[in-house]
Write a protein that binds this ligand. Structure first.
Ligand code: FES
Length: 147
């Protein structure tokens, strides 16, 4: 039943998610909730030489959200913070080979949680102010409502 509309890559990342877990005292931490369904995703990163040296996630959400979390952590691992910050929700959905249209909102969480974790690190290290972190977050929101 869970396979309806999901391709093999999505199923693989859902059944065998990569980078599941928590990093104690992470360098950066992001938590986002999905306003559409109320699901929750957390991403933890450690940073070394301005690169994501370790990344883990914890997601209370649907199968797509888990697959998205797994994929986004794989995509971000080892990347520089600047590169990882450019990963978009479309990139994640694309790497997964697409998601069913009614599940596309689930892929927002991955990129948003990753960006939140990176910004948390940047705020902690003084690269950006908390205000700047919030401003950019708002600009990313493109929820399709009323469908
Ligand atoms: Fe909630 Fe997918 S239904 S994240």
């Amino acid at each position: 039943m869970a396979q309806i509309g999901y391709n093999e890559t999505v199923m693989d990342h859902f059944m065998n998610p990569r980078n599941v877990g928590v990093i104690e005292n992470p360098d950066g931490y992001g938590k986002v909730g999905n306003p559409v369904c109320g699901d929750l995703m957390e991403i933890f990163i450690n940073v070394k030489d301005e690169r994501i040296s370790d990344i883990k996630f914890r997601t209370f959400g649907c199968g797509s959200a888990i697959a998205v979390s797994s994929m986004v952590t794989e995509m971000a691992k080892g990347k520089s913070l600047d590169e990882a910050a450019k990963i978009t929700r479309d990139d994640v959905a694309g790497e997964l080979g697409g998601l069913p249209p009614q599940k596309l909102h689930c892929s927002n969480l991955g990129a948003d949680a990753l960006h939140a974790a990176i910004k948390d690190y940047w705020v902690k290290t003084g690269k950006i102010s908390p205000k700047e972190a919030e401003a950019e977050e708002g600009a990313q929101e493109e929820e399709q409502e009323g469908e």
